[in-house]
Design a protein around this ligand. Structure first.
Ligand SMILES: *[C@@H]1O[C@H](CO)[C@@H](O)[C@H](O)[C@H]1NC(C)=O
Length: 173
């Protein structure tokens, strides 16, 4: 019930079905990505040792299904894992990771993508956001855009962590 209510508040900018169309000129989500920044209203979750400090390296969109490959660090080791999103009839997108995440793709183009997620775990809700880049770092305008979107979701500037200086398990890529 709680999840249902939350999804009502979340509008997807583009349906995931639309993302694998390969119309000329339209940006695609497929391919290599880097996590450039993370944001959350529970910052301990995106800081070192936090369950939401995860690093994307690839996204695949096939037949409307979105699968993302990530690394996370545990005890100093980089561990790869993958998640696949489910699109429900009401248009919401869900992915299981550290509980359930109801997410929306808020903005993207050839250079970056911004996802905002509501993580629900043991009845607690955490809002978090991911800024992905095709390159390990992104221009300030795009980081500014991420800040603006985070603000709309109630995440302050001080709750954003730039990961440009983190090695993000680069050696395993
Ligand atoms: C984070 O945001 C969610 C959704 O608004 C809220 O339920 C939760 O209490 C917030 N957590 C903190 C620590 O502010």
């Amino acid at each position: 019930m709680k999840i249902l209510l939350l999804t009502l508040g979340l509008g997807l900018v583009c349906g995931l079905q639309g993302l694998d169309n390969s119309a000329k000129g339209s940006p695609k989500l497929d391919g290599k990505w880097f996590t450039v920044a993370l944001a959350s209203n529970v910052t301990s979750k995106i800081e070192e040792g936090g369950s939401l400090r995860i690093f994307v390296y690839n996204i695949r969109v096939y037949d409307g299904f979105l699968t993302a490959d990530f690394f996370k660090r545990e005890n100093g080791k980089c561990i790869p894992f993958s998640v696949t999103a489910i699109t429900k009839e009401d248009g919401s997108n869900l992915v299981h990771y550290d509980g359930l995440n109801d997410f929306s793709l808020e903005s993207f183009d050839d250079e970056y993508s911004i996802f905002m997620l509501y993580n629900i775990k043991d009845g607690e809700v955490t809002i978090w956001g991911e800024l992905f880049g095709r390159t390990p770092d992104l221009p300030d305008e795009i980081k500014k855009k991420f800040e603006e979107i985070c603000e709309r979701f109630g995440i302050g500037k001080d709750q954003i962590r730039d990961l440009y200086n983190d090695d993000r398990c680069e050696k395993l890529r």
